[in-house]
Design a protein around this ligand. Sequence first.
Ligand code: LLP
Length: 450
Amino acid sequence: MVTTKAKTIFKSDMNSDIQARLTPSINNKGHLVLGECDCYDLVKEFGTPLYALDQQYIEYMSLALVNTAKKEYPNSLICYASKAMCCKALYQLVSRLGLGVDVASGGELYTAIIAGVDPNKIYVHGNAKTVAELSECLVADVHAVVIDSLDEIETLNNLALNHGKIQGVLVRVNPGVEAHTHEYIQTAKVDSKFGFSVANGTAKQAINVVNNKQNLKLLGLHCHIGSQIFDTTAFELAVDKMTDFMVELKNNFKIEIEELNMGGGFGVIYTDEDKPLKPEIYVRNIVGKLKECIEKKSIKPPRLILEPGRSIVGEAGITLYNVTTVKEIPNVRKYIAVNGGMFENPRHALYQSKYTATLALKANEPKTETVTIAGKCCESGDILARDLKLQRAEKGDVLAVLSTGAYNYSMASNYNRNLIPPVILCNNGKAKYIVKPQTYEDLVARDEDL
Ligand code: LLP
């Protein structure tokens, strides 16, 4: 199949490395193609709205991260942050590629276990895990629970005692670095619902408490400095702070940290304003800084864990819609309304997120209009993207919103009792459901009569 690389979709000055990794492409019929599947065929077979993921892209990103980590720092593990997109098939795919996973709820843990993920590669997050969720961690034999509060230490230790187990834990630390895109701040801010602050001494206190618990084994430290980060300065600063803290623990408590988890946050392209680094560079720079700190501060080299979510699945995904209405308000705005909305992608409503879109069957036509994509939910905030460039759209056209693989399906709801769209995985010209369509029967399945 003849395809044009996605530069015509994301018109841009991106460098060729980034161009090369982009998905989807356009074929000689002017149709959008994902995983060698023509969107015309996808829509015919699976309908709309539809989440579609490119398997090869997920494999490419996963392996780029895993292989670089292995090469540069063999004692490392890349964990997929499954909050970005969680279903059985995705856990199976990333597990086969050698990744571990991080989960952030009992539901994600259950899905991971059912999918066959090795519990020894599971890290469990959450600032307010329930007693039931902590018990589930013990039953599942997860590698580590990431401790986020003093209360949790007590509860987990008691549960572990009842289970006759010693549970491995990391302590989530707030190192005083916050990052977003190219900007970061160094902060002594202690006001966060996550983790323990190094600045006010609570991190040290928490570690001391953990260390005195019979049924907990302190494995290491965790931090997560932010999301959609486009350079590694902030990560490097965080490595510096975390290793300083390791030195302090060694000197004060004779504790040697075995695992250092630096969280996720590698950026992706939503629009041509976004210029993330190659996955290899994120890993290489973080590892480089870690090696330098180990040497300079004479600390025992810890196992390094990274937890990217968005960068593994974000650009792998597109969402396909049918244009249901075109409404032009003269001199004000042109609305393209589709059969989706905030129930399947709440990101614009929540964060004013920007996207790139194209008409999937007219992808070669020039983008001559500036439009706003409206969803079908009964509230005016239900907008999918504002002021984006698009080909001239008509009722019945197929709209593709790009880079929707992360935090779309995973944040979907049944608002207005809309059905959450199915998810398909596309690879080598073949597509299959990895999440089947919901039905109206599903919607009422747990409803009880009065
Ligand atoms: N590890 C921890 C502890 C996290 O809290 C997160 C994301 C990650 C890893 C993965 O970060 P990533 O590589 O995906 O950036 N719903 C928001 C994103 C929230 C991210 C929360 N934590 C969005 O749609 O942009």
